[in-house]
Design a protein around this ligand. Structure first.
Ligand code: THU
Length: 144
């Protein structure tokens, strides 16, 4: 279980991933990296598309990489493998705070305790996405 997070390392991994971004339409490459609860480092970049709306943010790609590799598994379980900390950078290597959609996508695999790198230092996702839509909202209509 990860107890200490080196955000400098996470940022470097995000910069490395950013160099492989496919962003010919916006010219805005993005890299994202994360450490999981089991100590795995994962990273990804944004992948755009000629049909602009189909472009994938780096954070969405990151979650897909993590799930596909088995690094992120059933985070709702106590023993689940989850995101512990995330760093995102732009084409100049500057810290980028995830967009709103990405915050919701990250929440699924990190929960409100997930630490997100920001210009003010690491902050819990629960602060960046307060009152988030979650499983409890679904349970309410399902009568669970
Ligand atoms: N982008 C990300 O990858 N993550 C964000 O959090 C914000 C925006 C990408 C989407 C698009 O490929 C480019 O940055 C410009 O918006």
């Amino acid at each position: 279980m990860v107890t200490h997070v080196d955000f400098d390392v996470l940022r470097k991994c995000a910069v490395d991933a950013m160099t492989r971004a496919y962003a010919p339409y916006s010219g805005f490459p993005v890299g994202a990296s994360a450490i999981t609860s089991e100590g795995e480092l994962i990273s990804a970049a944004n992948v755009e598309n000629v049909s602009y709306g189909l472009g994938l943010c780096a954070e969405v790609a990151l979650v897909s990489v993590g799930v596909s590799r088995g690094a992120l598994v059933e985070p709702s379980r106590v023993s689940g493998r989850r995101l512990v900390a995330v760093a995102v950078v732009d084409g100049d290597g500057r810290v980028l705070t995830p967009c709103g959609r990405c915050r919701q996508v990250l929440l699924e695999f990190g929960g409100p305790e997930l630490m997100i790198d920001t210009v003010d230092g690491p902050r819990p996702l629960g602060e960046l996405l307060p009152d988030a839509f979650g499983p409890a909202d679904l349970d309410r209509v399902r009568g669970a």
